[in-house]
Ligand binder design. Sequence first.
Ligand code: GLY
Length: 378
Amino acid sequence: MRELTDSEMRWVLDSLEKIAEKMVAVTERNRGIIPYTTVDGHFDDKSKADICWWTNGFWGGIMWQLYKLTGNAMFREEAIGVEEKLDANLMMTEGLDHDNGFKWLPTSVCRYKIEKNKESYNRAMLAADNMAGRYNITGKFIRAWNNWDNVDRRGYAIIDCMMNLPLLYWASEVTTDPRYRMIAVSHADTAIEHFIREDGSVNHIVIFDPYTGEKLETPAGQGYAAGSSWTRGQSWGIYGFTLSYLYTGVTKYLTAAEKIADYVISEIPESYLIPIDYKQPKKPDLEDSTAAAITACGLIELAKATHSDKADKYLDTAIKLLKTLAEKRSDLTKEKDNILENCAVDYHGEGHNMSIIYGDYFFIEALMKLDNKALKIF
Ligand code: GLY
């Protein structure tokens, strides 16, 4: 991968300085919360509304990354506050699912890597054990979601899970027990077989028969339609398969990440503003900035990992995505709590043109990756 040019590096450093200044002010006026989105520019508090919500680890992740960036002790205190609040979730089995990775990697695992404290280790191992227990032996997949709202989801697996696998890779590393890694690898192999399509696009959801493992259905999920291409799902695929390659060294995961990345690059619009689905109709022109930020993170890691001459293309694309977000879809003033604008939950729901906390997390992580300063949280 090429080095960043001087002007690119100046832009990265300048952006990170502005983000750090903004986030000191934002965090000072928002102590003790776990935000998900904003209302009129002010953070909500998911720790009160739903302590089991899948995004509740990202504020902790932002705090740890900013602690690394600035050394400001306030960020560490807030990160630990998030981790401690999540203990209530650890005691609610119906609120534990495959997203244990998204919740405890940016909190307990991150803190354990830095401080080696026993409480964080215990929390992270409880989360990993619970996640490992979701493995379906016959279908060779990790069950994604629970039967909330009385929908039978015993056979559901989703592409997003690729980002949760690092919790299992970490658990094998610290315990020296290969079972966690075996489960992660088995799920990743199933994902290659059943999620990635011929053209490099991916299914969001695959429903298997939970008894026989037979593949039954690939519904639209959060995308536009069955068979379409939900952009955040593609971004989870790029970043997630790259991570499985980095943890295992198994080349087929790198090949899978490149296949999805090459497809995504062929679909990115000239504006570099990312739609919610690469196959959505031209109007309405719905966008998802989270997909842009996550894609950038994945492409930066892929650019470093690949052995092919596509490395520079991956890096160039990541930088263009981030610059577009910075110029057109972000707010670095201290007035608003959020950074990214125009994020989306899904294509058909109500959650459009909003801020979402993981958009901000991955935007910060991507910029810090470009400066080689990011903590390895995933
Ligand atoms: N993991 C759920 C989502 O990306 O919306």
